[in-house]
Design a protein around this ligand. Structure first.
Ligand code: ZN
Ligand code: ZN
Length: 558
């Protein structure tokens, strides 16, 4: 707590010496909001890299939920009395995010109630790992925090057990599987930090007890994992914060899918004889699928996978600069590296950015090596991330996608946006840049590139269709697999993985397409002005940080 108090005092002192008193008032509100938020939700603080409350592990019982709601209502009241007319755009977007985060707590606590039916909500391993891997704690601090925390694991799981009511079998099964991993993590990694071994044993026994209890209720667990239309609509509103409803976005996704199928059919006709020496099937979807399969033969070698990515980054930079699409800060080049072993679970590529409390750390583009892959799975992976798709992946993850967005959002630093940033805006931007680069002629507008882009984009579109259809329209597994394999041209294994994900999550799969659609629609609307400039549009859009697109829109149209 000490750290926050000192920071707070300093801000007040500086506040007296500058002219913009109103903004400094808001700065006080912002700081006191975030420090009280961490105190109220200590494990979230640990996850965000703010370690003052690492010793806390709250049992999520009735009194805890009541305290959360009282906290939320008090803050909603405070924020509703703020004088907003003189606030700058950066403050207005922060205010929207703060209110959104508060209202979400009420929804999750009182309406969605996943704390009752999703036992996988309860998992202590993540926060222990966050403490152990923290770069801004020394060994003594880690030891002290872990020692205090381990003693609270039992009451945490006691409360969890008491909360469970009519769970879904899928989430119960997941929690049982995860419990094994949690126990293993405590018995291996956490073990080294605990002084009294009896405390560790008690914690492991508590996890065991929870898992055993779940196994006894699993046979009678019958809640549908689908959350249904009513809850899906509200969850969509809270998680995505779009100006559209879930049903409207679903309609847009269906239209986009049909549009993409038409474009792909045209490209397939154009390319067929260049690649295939059999007659084109009458069934258009089958023809597209066969051609995609053939073009996927062109892919990098498994031994030079990282090098192929490394080589593309400067090419993307050059293209963005030459076409005047976005200013890229040359002082902040992206570093490509092999994914470090401790985070190398699934193959792929990801951006690893420093957290809000570790800002000086570097940003990396992590790429998994295929060293441990069998020949067969390496081949399948490389066909998926073939010559064309790999370039689109780099656009999405790096330039001008996630990495470029991150550099811009760090230029308008806001603790609120770092902590409560809008996922649909962040993912939507990355998906939008894929289309924007293709429109600008990336890849020399080769029909092969266009076909592969459409396939990649179709995945985003079908994620939305799948999520909505399963949870709202009651789709079964066959319907889901049919969509993904026959209409989105995915491999069986990928489709099976997506089916698992849609059973365990809700709404998140819609975020990519929703954010993309909102950004695209905003650009098309602004294009109507004669003074429209694409580069300026991108730079202005990104200057607001990771706020919901509808909030950015209000400010840009002002
Ligand atoms: Zn091959
Ligand atoms: Zn992404």
């Amino acid at each position: 707590m000490k750290k926050i108090n000192i920071l707070f005092v300093l801000l007040i002192l500086f506040g007296c010496t500058t002219e913009k008193s109103n903004n400094n008032n808001f700065e006080n509100t912002r700081q006191s909001f975030i420090s009280s938020w961490w105190k109220q939700f200590p494990t979230s603080a640990t996850t965000a890299g703010f370690h003052d409350y690492d010793a806390e592990l709250l049992a999520y019982d009735k009194s805890c939920r009541e305290a959360d709601k009282a906290f939320v209502n008090a803050w909603l009241d405070t924020l509703s009395h703020l004088e907003t007319s003189k606030l700058e755009s950066n403050d207005l977007t922060d205010l929207a995010l703060m209110k959104g985060a508060l209202q979400s707590i009420l929804f999750y606590t009182d309406t969605l109630k996943a704390w009752q039916w999703d036992p996988s909500n309860y998992n202590v391993a993540g926060a222990f790992a966050d403490i152990i891997n923290a770069k801004n704690l020394d060994s003594l601090q880690k030891r002290t925090f872990i020692q205090a925390r381990i003693k609270k694991v039992k009451s945490y799981y006691d409360a969890a057990k008491a909360n469970i009511e009519n769970p879904s079998p899928e989430h119960t099964q997941l929690a049982i599987e995860q419990s094994e991993g949690v126990k293993e993590y405590l018995n291996s990694e956490v073990l080294n930090w605990v002084e009294t071994k009896a405390d560790l044993q008690e914690a492991v026994a508590a996890i065991d007890g929870f898992s055993t209890y779940l196994k006894t209720i699993l046979p009678t667990a019958k809640r549908d994992f689908r959350i249904g239309k009513e809850l899906f609509d509200i969850k969509f509103k809270h998680d995505i914060q779009s100006e559209w409803t879930a049903a409207e976005v679903y309609e847009k996704a269906i239209n986009r899918k049909n549009e993409l199928h038409l474009e792909m059919a045209k490209l397939t006709k154009e390319l067929w004889t260049k690649y295939m020496n059999v007659e084109m099937p009458k069934d258009t979807l089958k023809a597209i699928s066969a051609l995609i399969n053939k073009i996927s033969d062109k892919h990098p070698h498994r031994d030079s996978f990282i090098q192929s990515i490394e080589k593309q980054i400067p090419e993307l930079q050059t293209f963005v600069n030459e076409k005047q699409l976005l200013f890229l800060d040359p002082k902040k080049p992206l570093k490509v590296r092999r994914t470090p072993s401790y985070m190398d679970g699934v193959a792929g590529a990801s951006i690893s950015a420093p957290g809000p409390y570790d800002k000086d750390a570097e940003t990396f583009y992590n790429v998994s090596t295929l060293e441990k892959f069998s020949n067969e799975s390496a081949e399948s992976y490389l066909r998926e991330y073939n010559h064309y798709i790999l370039q689109i992946l780099n656009i999405h993850e790096a330039i001008p996608g996630h990495y470029a967005q991150l550099v811009y959002s760090n230029n308008s630093p806001s603790i609120i946006k770092s902590v409560f940033g809008n996922g649909a805006m962040v993912e939507g931007w990355a998906v939008y840049t894929e289309r924007m680069m293709i429109e600008a002629g990336y890849g020399n507008s080769e029909p092969e590139m266009l076909l592969m882009y459409n396939k990649w984009h179709l995945r985003t579109v079908c994620n939305t269709i799948l999520d909505y259809s399963v949870h709202v329209k009651g789709w079964k597994k066959e319907d889901a697999i049919h969509l993904l394999v026959n209409e989105a041209f995915q491999q069986q294994a990928e489709a099976e993985g997506k089916w698992r994900r849609v059973q365990l999550s809700q709404v998140q799969l819609c975020s990519y397409f929703t954010g993309y659609s909102e950004i695209f629609a905003l650009r098309e609307e602004m294009k109507k002005a004669s003074s429209f400039d694409l580069k300026k549009f991108h730079e202005s859009f990104l200057s607001f940080g990771s706020a919901p697109v509808k909030e950015i829109k209000k400010l840009m149209l002002k």
